[in-house]
Ligand binder design. Structure first.
Ligand code: ATP
Ligand code: MG
Length: 342
């Protein structure tokens, strides 16, 4: 054993199916890691009445990294008690993850699948860095009466600096910082702080872009982007928009990182997809590539991460495709192709 521990939480819907796929790949390239599989979501509610038990949460906090499938179930809609979706939010905030990384890398062999001209898809390869700890999603929510409701949007200098440093550290040539500084006070602070941080990275170019323009530029020509840095809400919206370049929402990995040594949370960008759960047809690429990000950012195993990414690319380029990519491969068949390529 390497002494490294990864907590693995399959969760709900297709979560366990895609997480099993990712785990098979991880075991192949990092067999010395201790993978601690635990229940979360509906299965945990059935077992001990709560979607995320104190013991599981404690294990996650002690681990080097956490791999999650998906949470959410039509039987427990948002706001129900217990609420599996809320468990994921709890996990994120308890782990203290503050920035979310979502790489958007098109595979040229899938370029024909989406709604955008293939020539505009081929070379799309950028990273979205989304701030996770502040903004509207994390501000106060005030009880509404029949006439009004209030959500608060707060950003501190420190939160912006932290996210900006991650973005500049990851950039090859340029950071495009997204805000709405012509309207919002938090965006004006955002722009000011990002500009300050940029001075620490003179080799990286900084451009500011208003979020409405960014939404359009993403569709007009996403090849221009290297790193897109956004606050919480804008990043949520733009990262789903950007997913069209990858052929299917099932293709996208993500990593949520803490900046103070807390374990990172690695999960595919998609949800629990109840409509296809249990059919064995879910695309495991997002989960497998989240495993690669876990190797890279959570366990510092760059060579293993590279190997997994190459194997996924090889499986896709060889024509192995799940149903969401207009193929016929099952989750298991696709995973076998990745293992074979490894
Ligand atoms: P959540 O609120 O949990 O993010 P959501 O409403 O965004 O959920 P998803 O669960 O991501 O929705 O599913 C959206 C659509 O994408 C569904 O039709 C689902 O079947 C499909 N989908 C999601 N993930 C995959 C996957 N890995 N493979 C194939 N199809 C998928
Ligand atoms: Mg979703």
């Amino acid at each position: 054993m390497s002494g490294q521990t990864v907590v693995v939480l399959g969760g709900d819907g297709i979560g366990p199916e895609v997480t099993d796929a990712a785990l098979a790949v991880l075991r192949r390239v990092a067999g010395d890691v201790d993978f601690d599989e635990r229940l979360v979501g509906v299965s945990a509610i059935r077992a001990d009445g709560t979607a995320l038990s104190a013991a599981t949460l404690a294990a996650c906090k002690r681990a080097d990294a956490v791999l999650v499938g998906a949470l959410g179930d039509p039987g427990f809609p948002p706001g129900s008690d217990p609420d599996p979706g809320e468990a994921l939010l709890t996990l994120r905030s308890e782990l203290g993850v503050t920035v979310n990384l979502r790489p958007i890398a098109a595979r040229s062999t899938l370029a024909e699948l989406g709604p955008i001209r293939a020539s505009h898809v081929q070379d799309v390869d950028f990273l979205i860095v989304r701030e996770l700890s502040g903004g509207l999603y994390r501000g106060g929510r005030h009880a509404r009466d029949a006439r009004a409701a209030l959500d608060e949007c707060v950003y501190t200098r420190e939160q912006v600096e932290r996210a900006a440093r991650v973005a500049f550290g990851a950039a090859r040539t340029r950071v495009t910082s997204v805000d709405k500084a012509n309207v919002l006070e938090t965006s004006r602070l955002w722009r000011e702080v990002v500009t300050e941080v940029a001075r620490e990275f003179p080799e990286i170019e900084l451009e500011h872009m208003l979020v409405d323009n960014a939404a359009m530029q993403l569709l007009l020509d996403a090849r221009r982007f290297d790193v897109l840095l956004t606050e919480n809400l804008f990043g949520d919206v733009l990262s789903d928009e950007a997913s069209i370049y990858c052929g299917s929402i099932g293709m996208l990995p993500s990593a949520s990182l803490g900046t103070d040594g807390s374990p990172g949370l690695f999960e595919p960008a998609h949800g629990s997809a109840p409509d296809i759960a249990g059919l064995g047809v879910a695309n495991p690429v997002g989960a497998i590539l989240s495993g690669a990000m876990l190797l890279r950012h959570g366990l510092d195993r760059t060579a293993a991460a590279d190997a997994v990414e190459r194997a996924v690319a090889a499986a896709i380029d060889a024509g192995t495709r799940t149903r969401d990519l207009q193929g016929t491969a099952t989750t298991g068949e696709f995973t076998a192709a990745v293992l074979e390529a490894l």
